[in-house]
Ligand binder design. Structure first.
Ligand code: NAD
Length: 498
């Protein structure tokens, strides 16, 4: 157990309270009696200070050679490795995910550091022929400027790393606004960036609510780019504000991901995938499996096995190494999941297992909800269409592969998807026909790797991707450069072939 932390904002290389002096509290979701941290209740004045610091630092940081910038990110990766256990314990305590998953959250940050450290020596542009003799043409990547990074609580280390690391390697300066459920995780992470030697103002941290700090950032004229991960509802507001104020905006939003299990699938493999995809991180991943689309020939057999395994899942605090399913993040999320169960009952769905919060014994002071499976669900029901963000899996029966893909696609979201089949033709049809940013064949809907693009279509995003080299397209502007070494005015074809 870690003693309560007093967190501050990190602005211009210094740790300072909110200008108002007001604070908020972060508590352990597995036992709300336990205070994890106090942190600044920041507002527009704190955002102003952070933007001023980031703008000033941008003037020099953009001129630091990219390999040197990237070396500092490599150092952050080394520090994450060094402090992995301490940080993992804090994630388990503050966010609630099981300790093994918390270590994975940090591993993602380490992988991201290693990948982006290499990008510092690539950041490739193109050289290409010119229409004219004695003329040279190329493209180079330029940083965008000052980036606001607004992040959720479900991956309190991985998601800030996904955003900050490529942004910094590309020569931008950043302001991180983490979710108010995980301020201590953000503090420890930023301390590592500080220890890695980033100059003052290059990375800043402003803690507080979305309504105060988030809104001030998206409206601020000194911000050039907003990279946002969160719900589709908030994302729509962020996108609108950035449109009005002419900011570049990258939105990574919600999901209603499905796993299909065909009658020709390896059922044991599909079972492992469904359990991990649906109940890993208590169903609080954007890529969580929340719909299981089952071919009718295997539905009864598969469901029986699924119930048997779900029954055995062990709920508990994330810090207990035996825990398989942790708490939900807060009381609002517990109410939300409970509300969806009321909707399920009203819609005529059948609760096969779970369906209630777990308020007994040791768990009575935490936001625990039992792993839940709903049957008799049709694709038009609310529980089959809306993101619940909890341990609730709905079963939908289909008669054919074509129907399975149609049901999978029948959603306003388009993040992750999975098909279990041993039929090669079906696997390739699925890869072609599924409307989602990510498709797994014979794997669950969760399990992204940092060197591949991450993001979705429809209401999951706005056309950008995080991670891999795709992140560079978010955090850089292309500049096209022509060098004419002919010594005379050469008109391009647009003018000389008219
Ligand atoms: P949220 O939208 O409530 O909050 C996300 C962040 O936005 C927080 O930092 C919050 O303080 C801030 N915010 C809230 N209102 C704001 C406003 N008006 N202006 C600016 N900022 C504001 O989401 P959440 O509950 O923290 O996270 C869960 C959601 O995130 C789920 O929908 C999940 O699917 C999604 N998510 C998506 C991805 C992805 O990559 N696609 C990854 C993780 C989570």
């Amino acid at each position: 157990m870690i003693a309560p932390l007093t967190c501050q904002n990190y602005i211009n290389g210094g740790w300072i309270p909110a200008q108002s002096g007001a604070t908020l509290e972060s508590r352990n979701p597995a036992d709300w009696r336990e205070l994890v941290a106090t942190f600044p209740k920041s507002g527009a004045a704190d955002v102003d200070a952070a933007v001023a610091a980031a703008r000033k630092a941008y003037r020099t940081w953009r001129l630091v050679p990219a390999p040197a910038r990237a070396e500092m990110i490599y150092r952050v990766g080394e520090l994450l490795l060094q402090h992995k256990e301490k940080l993992a314990q804090l994630i388990a305590q503050e966010m609630g995910k099981p300790i093994t998953e918390a270590r994975g959250d940090i591993q993602e940050g380490i992988d991201c550091a290693l990948y982006n450290a290499g990008e510092g020596r690539r950041l490739f542009g193109q050289t290409t022929p010119s229409e004219m003799p004695n003329k040279f043409a190329m493209t180079v990547r330029m940083p965008v400027g000052v980036c606001a990074l607004i992040t959720p609580w479900n991956f309190p280390v991985a998601i800030p790393c996904w955003k900050a690391m490529p942004a910094l390697v590309c020569g931008n300066t950043v302001i991180l606004k983490p979710a108010k459920d995980t301020p201590a995780c953000a503090t420890l992470l930023i301390q590592l960036f500080q220890e890695a030697g980033l100059p003052a103002g290059v990375i800043n941290l402003v803690q507080g609510s979305g309504e105060e700090v988030g809104r001030a950032l998206i409206e601020h004229p000194g911000i050039d780019l907003v990279s946002f991960t969160g719900s589709s509802r908030t994302g729509a507001e962020v996108g609108a504000a950035c449109g009005r104020t002419h900011k570049r905006v990258c939105l990574e939003l919600g999901g209603k991901n499905a796993q299909v299990v065909m009658e020709d699938a390896d059922l044991e493999l599909a079972l492992e995938g469904a359990l991990w995809g649906a109940f890993g991180t208590t169903g609080q991943r954007c890529t969580t499996t929340s719909r299981l689309i089952l071919h009718r020939d295997i539905k009864d057999e598969f469901t029986a096995k699924l119930l048997e395994r779900t029954q055995k899942l062990r709920l508990g605090s994330g810090t207990d190494p035996l825990t398989e399913v942790g708490p939900l993040i807060n009381s609002a999320q517990l109410q939300r999941v409970s509300h969806y169960l009321e909707i399920a009952h009203a819609e005529g769905a059948k609760v096969l297992i779970g369906g209630e919060k777990n308020s007994k014994g040791e768990l009575q002071h935490g936001y625990f909800f039992q792993p839940t499976i709903l049957d008799k669900v049709s694709p038009d029901m609310q529980v089959a269409r809306e993101e619940i963000f909890g341990p609730v899996l709905v079963l939908i029966e289909v008669k054919s592969f074509e129907e399975a893909i149609a049901v999978l696609n029948d959603t306003p979201y388009g993040l992750s998807s999975s098909v279990y089949t041993c039929n090669l033709n079906r696997a390739f049809q699925a890869m072609r026909d599924i409307e989602a940013g990510i498709t797994y064949i014979n794997g669950p809907t969760i399990g992204a790797e940092v060197h591949l693009p991450f993001g979705g279509v429809k209401q999951t995003g706005n056309g950008h991707r995080e991670a891999g080299s795709a992140a560079l397209d978010v955090f850089t502007e292309w500049k096209t450069v022509y060098v004419d070494f002919s010594g005379s005015l050469q008109r391009a074809q647009i003018d000389n072939r008219a």
